[in-house]
Write a protein that binds this ligand. Structure first.
Ligand code: FES
Ligand code: FE2
Length: 403
């Protein structure tokens, strides 16, 4: 798991980026289906922040790898995760975020589970022949906290996230942690309340992974960021980290100028952080923005091959000054403008890549994050039957070639 730092020119800086994904990866529902077991069920999925589960017994339901997962704060202060399905007749146990309680009680017939998922009782249990409580605990799911964010993984053998992402905590850990507090009402686990964009989830991740479109698509960012120094800092097997310093030149827009003037770091950040915006992608779909004045954590959850929900939440640190709070409000507003611009772009990309004749062109070195992501996706899907040249699906594909 070698990290490759490329802030100073080196051989990697001059290498051609890996090729982009072929159009079918974004449009074929069979590929979308294969991604569930081959990508989402084998990777760490962001579900919430530790602050969403402060009290013992607090619990919430979140979407991960095509299932709903129930995450709880356990008696020992740790976390547990289970599939959100009762072992009796399959009722969904928790919906949304629910108040703390000592146990997990099914709202249908009252089967009751400990926070660790063990079945402790069923009403009138003498009426249930063969009730083997030991065999009827909730289905366990791996759960970990990393940078204060809570992730689950359906793969029992998954490498711990902190190991997979070695180096990331050192680079951005000082922005994050369990003591962050959410700002506003949006929450990472709130899929129903999330914005939906009209694109495949990978189009959204691709878009996040490069700054090449900034000069054309984001005039405000172009006025604020030092584009020449907008760079991919670390490309690791499991994550990408990039950053851009803020420009010193005052923006022509008064709102942005005010931001430049008041930009101030949260407690715990350095003076250098005050002038830098950083972004991280943890493969496959966790997207983290680290600003001097707030942190934004979000995820891209496909709801169809051409639709993606992007639930997320803003966070700040206790002890933040009024000046930093003002900077945060201004920055979040600028972020919404950028988001709207991106939403339009990703829907245009989705439209275009569905054209049967489309073959991706070469990527810029500024898009090497996109190449990294494409390589990871290709590797994970390499054995998918619908991507085999002789497979039954291939004869129905619009083109005979694929990457
Ligand atoms: S379905 Fe849960 S107790 Fe019956
Ligand atoms: Fe963008």
């Amino acid at each position: 798991m070698q990290s490759e730092t490329v802030t100073s020119p080196g051989p990697a800086d001059h290498a051609a980026p890996a090729p982009a994904l072929a159009g079918r990866y974004y449009t074929d529902p069979r590929i979308a289906e294969e991604e569930v077991p081959r990508i989402f069920a084998r990777s760490w999925q962001l579900v919430c922040h530790e602050s969403d589960l402060r009290e013992t017994g607090s619990r919430l339901a979140a979407w991960a790898a095509g299932r709903e997962v129930l995450v709880v704060r356990t008696e020992d202060g740790g976390l547990a995760a289970h599939l959100n399905v009762c072992r009796h007749r399959g009722t969904r146990l928790v919906s949304g975020s629910e108040p703390a309680a000592k146990a997990i009680r099914c709202p249908y017939h009252g089967w009751t589970y400990r926070l660790d998922g063990t079945l402790v009782g069923a009403p009138e249990n003498r009426q249930i022949p063969c009730l083997d409580k030991a065999a009827l605990g909730l289905h366990a799911v791996r759960v970990e906290s990393f940078l204060g964010f809570v992730f689950v993984n359906l793969d029992p053998d998954a490498v711990p996230l902190a190991v997979q992402c070695a180096g990331l905590a050192e680079a951005v850990g000082h922005y994050a942690g369990p003591d962050l507090t959410p700002v506003g009402r949006s929450r990472i686990h709130d899929l129903a309340g999330a914005e939906v964009q009209q694109a495949n989830w990978k189009v959204v991740v691709d878009n996040y992974l490069e700054g090449y479109h900034v000069p054309v698509a984001h005039p405000a960012l172009m006025r604020l960021l030092d584009y020449q120094r907008y760079e991919c800092d670390v490309v690791d097997e499991s994550y990408v980290l990039f950053q851009s310093p803020l420009r010193d030149k005052p923006s022509s827009n008064w709102f942005e100028r005010l931001y430049q003037k008041v930009a101030a770091p949260m407690p715990g950040l350095t003076e250098a952080d005050r002038r830098t915006w950083r972004y991280a992608v943890i493969y496959p779909n966790t997207l983290l923005d680290f600003y001097p004045d707030h942190v934004l954590a979000w995820t891209a959850i496909p709801t169809a091959q051409d639709r993606v929900a992007i639930p997320g939440a803003f966070f700040t640190r206790r002890g933040t000054t009024a000046r930093t709070r003002l900077a945060r409000r201004l920055n979040i507003h600028i972020g919404w403008v950028t988001n709207d611009e991106d939403a339009e772009l990703v829907s245009r990309v989705q439209h275009g890549v569905a054209t049967p004749e489309f073959e991706p062109g070469p990527l810029s070195r500024r898009e090497r994050g996109v190449g990294w992501f494409a390589d990871r996706v290709r590797a994970d899907l390499r054995d998918a039957p619908c991507l085999q040249p002789s497979g039954p699906a291939d004869s129905r594909a619009p083109r005979g070639t694929f990457r």
